[in-house]
Ligand binder design. Structure first.
Ligand code: NAP
Ligand code: SF4
Length: 665
């Protein structure tokens, strides 16, 4: 009996049969517009095809200038574009896979001056206002989509995906919040769906019957003035009629203020919305969002919520996700922890996408792990993210690796992170890297901190000893009410009712979330998540949003966060995840005071000066989250992670440094 029987049933599309039910969903890789982008994309997708994805969807390419997402051209609208793309489908086909080109028109989400939309209504997440499309321009846009579909075929792609979700142009036409037209493209639902339907019809006519056309529909809008589930079902039926082969789903507009892919979302937490569509159409329907483990995917298919599953970031974390799942090798899968740190957050700062837990992702042509020619004895001191990454790669390359960890478990800072509500996924990474070490034959010494004499017999010593929490020089820092974040998160100190947090970086925010939600969100559950964020399943409700808004919060602590700098709170958090933390804290009336000078800590609380005035913030517990200092108990030739640089301590850099060093040893 295979481990995941529903996942590995072939899917017959009429003119082609997919070998399994796993789609690698579209992601902005940040390579699309780079000069060397096509070669890097070809290598990136080929590895995922080899890793068993039945069908891959590229990142979004626009059918014309107005639809571009940013200032750099990522378009398929000319013969030259098709020619440039050839290498991508060829590489995927050579690896035994199939790939479709995503056609994405950004509409009012484009970050350039010439953006267009159904109506001149600005989106809350873009400073630029769009220009209203004229009737002839809409007709030309349909023709542009069709021309791109034909070019995709010419380039060798197996099909296209028409991006009709997440608030891009086609979604904008569907919803009254963005479409206020009174002509044949606005008003009634029939008029509002005319553009997406005509786009699919024209793409089908231009590309032929034996060409995959996926339409990515918004299964749940999560915005005011968004479609209700009954309207979405009507759109789905019309899209099916127009000639789509498959319906993929997206959840929420980008401007929705409800998390849709971050760690706050339970695994497979939106699959129920896909079921509405499956009941509406006969073509296969694909579930998406936070499907990162084979058992989650299998459950969705077994329940009948969908015919196929879309995993995007999961394929960044592990290019061979599908092949490993098929072999029943669950322990060998590097699970995406939904942090967004090296994938989506990179997109917003113009860097190519990679992955925190798999630094090779997006660096397939640059970070190559070759077998060693000269086997060395390598000691890695410290079993946190940096040490784990380094030891695993070094051992797999063929070195004789010993990893020393002074505590009794691997994982370092990941062991604290996994305690934060919503961050339970970190335990997956610890288990996975532990398994890699075991398979590669590395020796792991837990509960042991070696001295220099013991390390003398090794050819190479790598210091990955991590950090020590900083203890700021504030008078009264030794007061009985003061605790470090490590004491609080590990349960050594029980926080009182009034809590002051000193420091508001990633860890300060994490501690605040833990204080507020450690009991309510000990486990992630789709029903609880929906209740928490005011999501309703009533099919007649616009956007799937509870008109009453979020339910009231009942915070168990009165929390005040303090910091010295004057920058906005949360400015250092991830671009695509920080707002979720800020929203949680705002709901729970967490006070935030910036620009403070610390005077002292005593029985009354924390004495500060702010705007020239002295204040006392009462505190039963003061939690210090004031950053880190490097921990370097030994001298060593190589230092990685927090031991090298604590100021920018983060798992992304730690794991990359570990892998890069191990590739060169
Ligand atoms: P951090 O982001 O550097 O924040 C340290 C905080 O401590 C700052 O708010 C700083 O604020 C304050 N501080 C620094 N020196 C101080 C001193 N001498 N006295 C009093 N306050 C001081 O460090 P972190 O919060 O420990 O996080 C470490 C790293 O973990 C981050 O770089 C981040 O990448 C990662 N992380 C991220 C997340 C996330 O994004 N969700 C979560 C956890 C960890 P002022 O200088 O303004 O006082
Ligand atoms: Fe997943 Fe984080 Fe990797 Fe992105 S960076 S693919 S969210 S683990």
């Amino acid at each position: 009996m295979p481990a995941y029987p529903h996942l590995f049933r072939p899917l017959d599309l009429g003119f082609v049969t997919l070998p399994n039910r796993i789609l690698m969903g579209s992601m902005h890789t940040g390579l699309e517009a780079r000069p060397d982008g096509m070669a890097r994309l070809a290598a990136f997708y080929a590895e995922r095809a080899k890793g068993g994805a039945a069908l891959i969807v590229t990142g979004g390419f626009s059918p014309n200038d107005a639809g571009e997402l940013g200032l750099h051209r990522a378009q398929v609208s000319t013969k030259a574009d098709a020619e440039r793309h050839r290498v991508v489908p060829r590489a995927v086909h050579d690896a035994g896979g199939r790939i479709v080109l995503q056609l994405l028109h950004s509409g009012r989400y484009g970050f350039h001056k010439n953006i267009v939309a159904p109506s001149p209504v600005k989106s809350g997440i873009n400073p630029n206002a769009p220009r209203e499309l004229g009737d002839a321009e809409i007709e030309r846009t349909i023709a542009d989509f069709a021309a791109s579909a034909a070019l995709a075929r010419e380039a060798g792609y197996d099909g296209i995906e028409v991006m009709g979700s997440e608030g891009y142009l086609l979604t904008q036409f569907l919803a009254v919040r963005a479409n206020q037209r009174a002509d044949r493209w606005g008003g009634s639902l029939e008029n509002r769906m005319r553009l997406p339907v005509e786009v699919v019809r024209a793409c089908r006519a231009a590309s032929g019957e034996d060409f995959i056309i996926i339409y990515r529909i918004s299964a749940l809008e999560l915005v005011e003035g968004g479609l209700a589930a009954t309207e979405i079902a009507a759109v789905a039926r019309a899209i099916e009629q127009a000639g789509a082969t498959l319906l993929n789903t997206g959840i929420g507009w980008h401007e929705a203020r409800i998390p849709t892919i971050s760690q706050a979302v339970p695994r497979g937490g939106f699959a129920w919305a896909t079921r509405n569509l499956k009941e509406a159409v006969k073509i296969p329907v694909i579930a998406s969002n936070r499907i990162n483990a084979p058992e989650t995917a299998e459950e969705i298919l077994a329940r009948g919520d969908a015919d196929m599953v879309s995993l995007a970031r999961a394929f960044l974390a592990d290019e061979a996700f599908a092949a490993k799942a098929q072999a029943g090798d669950r322990a060998g899968i590097n699970i995406c922890i939904a942090c967004n740190q090296a994938c989506l957050d990179h997109y917003f700062i113009g860097q190519p996408a990679s992955c925190v837990v798999n630094p090779r992702a997006g660096r397939e042509t640059k970070l190559v792990f070759t077998p060693v020619t000269k086997k060395k004895r390598v000691a890695v001191v410290g079993g946190g993210p940096a040490g784990l990454s380094c030891a695993a790669v070094a051992a797999e390359r063929g070195h004789d690796v010993v990893l020393f960890e002074k505590s009794t478990q691997l994982g370092g800072q990941f062991n604290l992170a996994k305690i934060i509500p919503g961050k339970q996924e970190f335990s997956e990474s610890i288990a996975y890297y532990g398994e890699r070490l075991r398979r590669a034959g590395a020796k792991v010494h837990l509960g042991h901190a070696p001295d220099e004499a013991e390390l003398g017999s090794f050819d190479e010593v790598v210091l990955a000893t991590g950090i020590d929490p900083r203890k700021p020089a504030i008078p009264g820092i030794g007061h009985k009410n003061v605790a470090s974040y490590v004491d609080v998160l590990s349960g050594r100190v029980l926080p009182g009712r009034d809590v002051v947090i000193i420091g508001a970086g990633g860890i300060g925010f994490d501690v605040a979330v833990w204080l507020l939600e450690r009991n309510a969100r000990a486990t992630l559950d789709a029903g609880e998540f929906a209740k928490h964020w005011g999501i309703v399943r009533d099919k007649a409700v616009s956007g799937g949003l509870d008109p009453k808004g979020f339910p009231p919060a009942h915070p168990v602590h009165r929390i005040t966060m303090l910091k010295r700098s004057a920058t906005p709170f949360g400015a250092t958090l991830g671009r695509t995840t920080g707002w979720v933390h800020r929203a949680e804290l705002a709901r729970n009336a967490v006070q935030m005071i910036k620009g403070v000078e610390y005077r002292r800590i005593d029985d009354a609380g924390v004495h500060i000066t702010v705007d020239g005035k002295e204040r006392v913030i009462p505190a039963d517990t003061v939690v210090i989250c004031a950053g880190q200092e490097p921990l370097r108990p030994l001298a060593a030739r190589y230092m990685i992670g927090g031991a090298k640089e604590a100021g920018e301590l983060d798992a992304k850099r730690a794991m990359l440094e570990g892998a890069e060093l191990a590739a060169a040893l």
